[in-house]
Design a protein around this ligand. Structure first.
Ligand code: 28G
Length: 636
C-alpha cells in the first residue's frame, strides 16, 4: 500500500467536529454500548493507534497491561505522538489527539490511519469516557506527560525527564459513571490481540493481566502472519495438506493477502478483514475470492476430466467444504457498509482479489495433484450430498402439501401468529413435554417435545439433516429453512428456548441443538433468538412455605432464611415437576429466568463446536480442562 498522502499530513488537518461532551452524553454512539463490550472497545481504540504506528513502519512492540485496579496501560515503541504546538489550536498535537473529537484524520482524509475501531473513533473518545487518563510521550530526548480527568486536561503537557527512547504510553481508567462494569474479560481481549498479532506479521504483542496471582502473561509474535492464523484455527482439525496455501498481491492503493488450508471438516471457515477490521458481513473481497475459487476449481476439473462433459459445474459451497481461509486486504480509502459497518464496499477490491488468487491457485493445483485429488473427492461428495438434500427437501414439501399441514405432529402450536410475541420451547423428553403443554400459556407459547438420540451435525453432511426424525420437526416448526436457504424473516417464533434437564444428558442435548443452530441457522444465534431455560435445581419447603433454588448458593440462602427444619427436594429432571410448578419456575415470563445464547465471536464459537462435537478426543479433554468456564457459559 502506498502512503503517499502521509507527507501532506500536518497538524492543521485535525478537524474539530464536536466537543467531548457529546461523547459523554451519548457514549453508545461512539463505542456501541456501555456494557462490557463497550468497555473492551476502549482498549481496542488505544491499541489500534499503536497498531497504526506499527503499520506505518515505526513500531515493533506493543504491550497491554490490565492493572490490578482495572486501569489499563498500553505502551508502544513508535515515534511517540508529536508534542509540537498545533498551529490551529495553539496546544501540543498530543493534547489535540486526546481532547479533540475525531482528531487523527480518520475522517479528515489524508491520514495514514488504516485500522480502526467500531465507529472509527479515537483516543479522545477513550479519554472522554475515562475517569482519568495519563499519557507519556518519549521523543528520543525527553519524556512528556499530561493527565486528564473525564476528558479535560489537569494541566499543561510537562517535560518530566530525559530519554534516548521513543514511544507512547497511555494509562486509562474507564469511568464507572459511564460503564455498567469495569471488569475486563481477559479471554475476549486476548482473542482480539491474537488476531491483531496474526494480521500484522512481525509485531510483538505482550498482554498481561495483573489481576490474577500470579499474573497471566501471553506473548504473541507471528512472523508467518495470516498463514499462522490459518494453522492456528485448524490446530484441532485434521488437515488434508500439510502446508497452508498463501498468496499476496500489492497495488498502488491496495494490498491483499490470502491464506487457506483444507481440512476434513464439513464446514467452511472464511474469515475476512479490511484494514485489520473483521468484516463479518463480508463484501467485495469475499466475493472476489469466492468467484476465483469456483472458477479455478471448475476449470481444473474440466481440464483433467474430473467433471465429465454432462456433469454440472461444482458449486462454490461444495468447493469450500472443509476450507479454512483468511482474506486480509488493506486499502487507503476503505468504504464500510452494512448494518454494523463491517461489510467492505470498494468495488475495485473484487477484481484485485480475484486476479491475485486466480493464477496462483491454478498453479498450486497443477503442482500438487495428490492434494487436488483429495480436495476434488471431497467437493464431489459434498455435491452429491447437496443433491440428495435437495431431493429430500422436495419430498418433505410434497408430503406437507398432500397432508395439508407442514407442521410436525408433536408440535403444540400457540394461537398468536406474530413472531414478535411468540416463543417455542424445545423440550427434552415426552413427560416433560406433556407437563409443558399443560402448563404453558397457549396464546403465545408453543411446545415441541424431542426425545431419543439427536444427530451430531458436526459429524454429518446436510443430506443427513434432511429426513432426520429429530431435526426435521425443529426445522419445520421454526419455518425458516436451513443452510444457504435459511431466512430469518420466516422465523415463526421470536424466542427459541431449549429446555432440558440439568444433568449430563440434558447438557448433551443442549450442546447438540446449539451446534445444529450454529452450523445451520447461524443468524438465529447471532441475532439473539436462542435461549436456554433455567429450571430450578431444588425445592425447599417448610409447612406452607415453598421456595425454589436455581443454584447451590441460592439453596444455602434459603436454608439460612427459613431455617433448618425444612424439606429439600433435589430435582433430577423436568419430569419431576407438575405442570403448575413447571410454569411457575421455568416458563412464566414474570418469574422465570432464561439465558440468551450469545456469540462473542464466530471464530471462537467455531473452535468450541469443533472441539466439543468433533472427532479428536485429546483436544476436547484439554479444552474442557482449560476452558471449563467457557464451556459452562456455552452450556449453561
Ligand atoms: C500507547 C498507546 C497507543 C501513537 C503515534 C505517532 C504519531 C502520531 C501516534 O501522529 C497524527 C500526525 C502529525 C499531528 C506521526 C509521530 C507522525 C510523526 C506520529 C499510540 C497528528 C498522530 N511522528 N503513535 N500519532 N499526527 N501511538 N499508542 O497512540 O501531526 S499515536
Amino acid at each position: 500500500m502506498s502512503n503517499n498522502n502521509t507527507t501532506n499530513y500536518d497538524e492543521t488537518q485535525i478537524q474539530v467536529l464536536e466537543g467531548l461532551e457529546a461523547v459523554r452524553k451519548r457514549p453508545g454512539m461512539y463505542i456501541g454500548s456501555t456494557s462490557v463490550r463497550g468497555l473492551h472497545h476502549l482498549v481496542y481504540e488505544i491499541v489500534d493507534n499503536a497498531i497504526d504506528e506499527a503499520l506505518a513502519g515505526f513500531c515493533k512492540n506493543i504491550s497491554i497491561d490490565i492493572n490490578k485496579d482495572n486501569s489499563v496501560t498500553v505502551i508502544d515503541d513508535g515515534r511517540g505522538i508529536p508534542i509540537g504546538i498545533q498551529p490551529k489550536m495553539g496546544i501540543p498535537a498530543v493534547e489535540v489527539v486526546f481532547t479533540v473529537l475525531h482528531a487523527g484524520g480518520k475522517f479528515g482524509g489524508g491520514g495514514y490511519k488504516v485500522s480502526g475501531g467500531l465507529h472509527g473513533v479515537g483516543a479522545s473518545v477513550v479519554n472522554a469516557l475515562s475517569s482519568y487518563l495519563e499519557v507519556e510521550v518519549s521523543n528520543g530526548e525527553h519524556v512528556y506527560y499530561q493527565r486528564y480527568e473525564r476528558g479535560k486536561s489537569c494541566g499543561p503537557l510537562r517535560k518530566i525527564g530525559n530519554t534516548d527512547q521513543t514511544g507512547t504510553k497511555v494509562t486509562f481508567m474507564a469511568d464507572d459513571a459511564v460503564f455498567e462494569t469495569l471488569e475486563y474479560d481477559y479471554d475476549v481481549l486476548l482473542t482480539r490481540m491474537r488476531e491483531q498479532a496474526f494480521l500484522n506479521a512481525g509485531i510483538t504483542i505482550v498482554f498481561t493481566d495483573h489481576r490474577t496471582e500470579p499474573e497471566t502473561k501471553t506473548v504473541m509474535c507471528h512472523e508467518g502472519g495470516i498463514r499462522e492464523f490459518v494453522g492456528y484455527i485448524n490446530r484441532n482439525k485434521e488437515n488434508l495438506h500439510p502446508h497452508v496455501i498463501y498468496f499476496d498481491s500489492k497495488k498502488e492503493d491496495a494490498e491483499v493477502e490470502i491464506a487457506m488450508q483444507y481440512t476434513d471438516s464439513y464446514n467452511e471457515t472464511l474469515i475476512s478483514f479490511a484494514n485489520n477490521i473483521n468484516t463479518t458481513e463480508g463484501g467485495t473481497h469475499e466475493i472476489g475470492f469466492k468467484s476465483a475459487l469456483t472458477r479455478v476449481f471448475n476449470d481444473y476439473a474440466r481440464k483433467y476430466n474430473i467433471l465429465k462433459e454432462n456433469d454440472k459445474n461444482l458449486s462454490g459451497e461444495d468447493i469450500r467444504e472443509g476450507l479454512t481461509a483468511i482474506i486480509s486486504v488493506k486499502v487507503t480509502e476503505a468504504q464500510f457498509e452494512g448494518q454494523t459497518k463491517t461489510k467492505l464496499g470498494n468495488s475495485e477490491v473484487r477484481s484485485l482479489v480475484e486476479n491475485a488468487i486466480g493464477d496462483k491457485l491454478a498453479a498450486f493445483l497443477e503442482e500438487n495433484p495428490a492434494v487436488s485429488r483429495t480436495i476434488f473427492d471431497k467437493a464431489l461428495t459434498a455435491a452429491r450430498a447437496r443433491e440428495a438434500a435437495r431431493k429430500a427437501r422436495e419430498l418433505t414439501r410434497k408430503s406437507a402439501l398432500s397432508s395439508g399441514s407442514s407442521l410436525p405432529g408433536k408440535l403444540a402450536d400457540c394461537s398468536d401468529k406474530n413472531p414478535e410475541n411468540t416463543e417455542i420451547y424445545i423440550v427434552e423428553g415426552d413427560s416433560a413435554g406433556g407437563s409443558a403443554k399443560q402448563g404453558r400459556d397457549r396464546s403465545f407459547q408453543a411446545i415441541l417435545p424431542l426425545w431419543g438420540k439427536m444427530l451430531n451435525v458436526e459429524k454429518s453432511r446436510i443430506d443427513k439433516v434432511y429426513g432426520n426424525d429429530k431435526l426435521m420437526p425443529v426445522i419445520t416448526a421454526l419455518g425458516a429453512g436451513i443452510g444457504e436457504e435459511f431466512d430469518l424473516s420466516k422465523l415463526r417464533y421470536g424466542k427459541v428456548i431449549i429446555m432440558a434437564d440439568a444433568d449430563v444428558d440434558g447438557s448433551h442435548i443442549r450442546t447438540l441443538l446449539l451446534t445444529f443452530f450454529f452450523r445451520y441457522m447461524r443468524p438465529l444465534v447471532e441475532e439473539g433468538h436462542v435461549y436456554i431455560a433455567q429450571p430450578p435445581l431444588y425445592k425447599v419447603s417448610r409447612g406452607k412455605q415453598l421456595r425454589y433454588a436455581y443454584s447451590d448458593k441460592q439453596l444455602a440462602q434459603h436454608l439460612e432464611e427459613i431455617g433448618e427444619k425444612c424439606e429439600v427436594q433435589r430435582y433430577k429432571g423436568l419430569g419431576e415437576m407438575n405442570a403448575g410448578q413447571l410454569w411457575e419456575t421455568t416458563m412464566d415470563p414474570a418469574t422465570r429466568t432464561i439465558l440468551r445464547v450469545e456469540l462473542e465471536d464466530a471464530i471462537t464459537a467455531d473452535e468450541i463446536f469443533t472441539v466439543l462435537m468433533g472427532d479428536k478426543v485429546e483436544p476436547r479433554r484439554q479444552f474442557i480442562e482449560a476452558y471449563a468456564k467457557t464451556v459452562r457459559n456455552l452450556d449453561i
